[in-house]
Design a protein around this ligand. Structure first.
Ligand SMILES: [Zn+2]
Ligand SMILES: [Zn+2]
Length: 109
């Protein structure tokens, strides 16, 4: 029982939790994080936030203009056994992007 839960979790970490497809390096399904730090494919989270402006993972308030795209950092290619490092990297990345976002808005939408 526990094993199944763990396997599901690992899979979810490398796939978009909305459509269960893997992330892409760029394009419409590139990896995107909400302010709360959860990851989604770009067009999936955009669609989701249009309907309901909360994070689909934790239900915290989330807005389109607060989304941060993770550019090609190698994170996507990292094996899921490196999950702890990956999470740390993403948190650092997110903080960095937040600083950038304060200076200039991303006109993606
Ligand atoms: Zn998706
Ligand atoms: Zn969240």
């Amino acid at each position: 029982m526990n094993e199944n839960v763990n396997i599901r979790f690992e899979n979810a970490a490398s796939e978009c939790p909305i459509c269960f497809e893997p992330y892409t390096k760029d394009g419409l399904h590139r990896i995107t994080t909400t302010k709360c730090g959860h990851l989604f494919g770009l067009h999936c989270i955009l669609k989701s936030l249009t309907i309901n402006p909360t994070c689909p993972s934790c239900r915290k308030r989330a807005r389109k203009r607060e989304l941060v795209q993770i550019y090609d950092t190698g994170v996507v290619a990292v094996d899921s056994s490196d999950m702890d490092n990956l999470k740390l990297e993403l948190i650092q990345e997110r903080k960095l992007r937040e600083k950038v976002l304060l200076k200039r808005e991303i006109h993606l939408f």
